[in-house]
Design a protein around this ligand. Structure first.
Ligand code: ATP
Ligand code: MG
Length: 421
């Protein structure tokens, strides 16, 4: 128990973190290229924010939130998604008063959901997400979809399909709700238990159910796309025009509704087919009413969330090699009483930007070499009495066995040369 991480959580170990850093670097770059700047919001928020923001009929709020009372008797919830916190920060700091659109991204945000842990489904996962406030045009939706698609492609995710839908707005959705309810009403006895409760609270959610019999049942449900109001239909047409112009393949899937209540108009998912079935890597959409719903001005907005663990899982299953950086450029070994000169040499090499280290455990010279080899350091320096007396170092290439002697003062430059820099 003591040495076991809680169910549904995962450590990123020092030997593996380079994989995360690789993916994160690409994410930062893609966001920055499109003018998004990073936002960091707290890991927990007042529970009320998610009740009002995410929607109290959603799976997340109904059964997945980590909610507790703090010592001051406040109800606190660990972030179950990224958008509500971003909107809260946007409102709290009146960012709507600055030039719009306001474009922000979050990276590595820990997200907590009490779900049944399984392949690709954790209780703590991490998301990369983008939010664009104050842009009502469909080009803003297209920009996000394109960014996610290109980013995943660059990283090496294959078999990616882009699925889009429109779930309308408060003007046109009630009519659809009524149509869908009458369709589902006739079939309610065949639905799963969760969907039976969804039927009353939020029938749209039934379209999103992952239970097979429910999926079969809704296969020929009426489509929201047939009843979009003029404004929503026009927006959806423009989105498709943008996607076509940028040449990315996409599919319209009228069953995509997304698991959060705040969406309006565009919703989308980027899905990959793996040998274990379909996996959604990225989901997002437009939420034109959320900012106002949380007490702010009327403010169109669009965003997405991408699961970093899922991206890494896909790269793994597709055998994409992520370059593993060396831990060290050079390892300094020493003989006899030369511990302090070795220590100072390591410090000076580091000052010059070289990744250097030495033994701290009192190993013999032979054992120091063995350890240096194990770390994979490409170069090794030896400091013996002669070297210290003469103010020189011996630098050895551990692969080619080439050895050079350099003046102590030139050690860093010679190391660089030998590294081929
Ligand atoms: P799913 O349909 O898989 O339940 P979702 O619709 O609940 O996903 P979102 O709320 O849209 O997911 O979250 C955005 C992304 O975060 C997902 O596309 C996925 O990549 C990732 N994600 C969501 N839940 C988890 C989880 N429990 N474990 C790992 N990644 C997750
Ligand atoms: Mg989910």
């Amino acid at each position: 128990m003591l040495t076991q991480a809680p169910r549904g959580t995962k450590d990123v170990l020092p030997t593996d973190s380079y994989r995360w850093q690789h993916v994160e670097a690409h994410m930062r770059k893609a966001a920055a290229e499109a003018g998004f700047r990073e936002v960091r919001t707290p890991v927990f928020e007042h529970t009320e924010l998610f009740l009002r923001g995410v929607g109290d009929t959603t799976d997340i709020v109904q059964k997945e939130m980590y909610t507790f009372k703090d010592k001051g008797e406040r109800s606190i919830t660990l972030k179950p998604e990224g958008t509500a916190g971003a909107v809260r920060a946007f409102l709290e700091s009146s960012l709507y008063a600055d030039a719009l659109p306001c474009k922000m991204y979050y990276l590595n945000a820990p997200i907590f959901r009490y779900e049944a842990p399984q392949n690709g489904r954790l209780r703590e996962h991490h998301q990369f997400g983008l939010e664009c406030f104050g842009a009502q045009g469909a080009t803003a939706d297209a920009e996000l979809i394109l960014l996610a698609y290109k980013l995943l492609g660059t990283l090496g995710v294959k078999n990616l399909s882009v699925n889009i839908n429109s779930i309308g707005c408060p003007k046109c959705r009630p009519q659809y709700h009524a149509m869908l309810k009458s369709f589902l009403g006739e079939r309610i006895s065949c639905m799963c238990d969760t969907c039976k409760t969804r039927f009353d609270r939020n029938p749209l959610r039934v379209l999103d159910c992952k239970v097979e019999k429910c999926q079969e049942l809704v296969a020929d449900a009426p489509s929201m796309l047939d009843v979009l109001c003029e404004e929503c239909a026009e927006h959806f047409a423009q989105l498709q025009e943008c996607l076509k112009a940028s040449g990315i393949p996409y599919q319209v899937d009228s069953r995509i509704v997304r698991g959060l209540d705040y969406y309006t108009k565009t919703v989308f998912e980027l899905i990959t087919t793996t040998d274990k079935g379909n996996l959604t890597v990225c989901g997002g959409g437009r939420y034109d009413n959320l900012v106002e719903q949380l007490g702010g001005p009327s403010m169109p907005a669009v965003g997405f969330g991408m699961g970093i663990e899922r991206v890494l899982m896909l790269l793994d299953s597709e055998g994409v090699e992520i370059p593993k950086p060396d831990q060290y450029d050079v390892f300094v070994t020493y003989m006899g009483n030369n511990k302090i000169p070795a220590f100072m040499l390591v410090q000076n090499l580091r000052k010059a930007g070289i990744h250097a280290d030495m033994d701290h455990t009192g190993r013999s010279l032979k054992a120091q070499f063995k350890y240096a080899n194990k770390t994979g350091a490409p170069l090794c320096i030896t400091l013996g009495d002669d070297e210290v007396a003469n103010g020189v170092v011996k630098i050895k290439n551990m692969n080619t066995r080439e050895e050079r002697t350099a003046a102590l003062a030139d050690a860093a430059a010679t190391v660089r040369e030998m590294l081929g820099e």
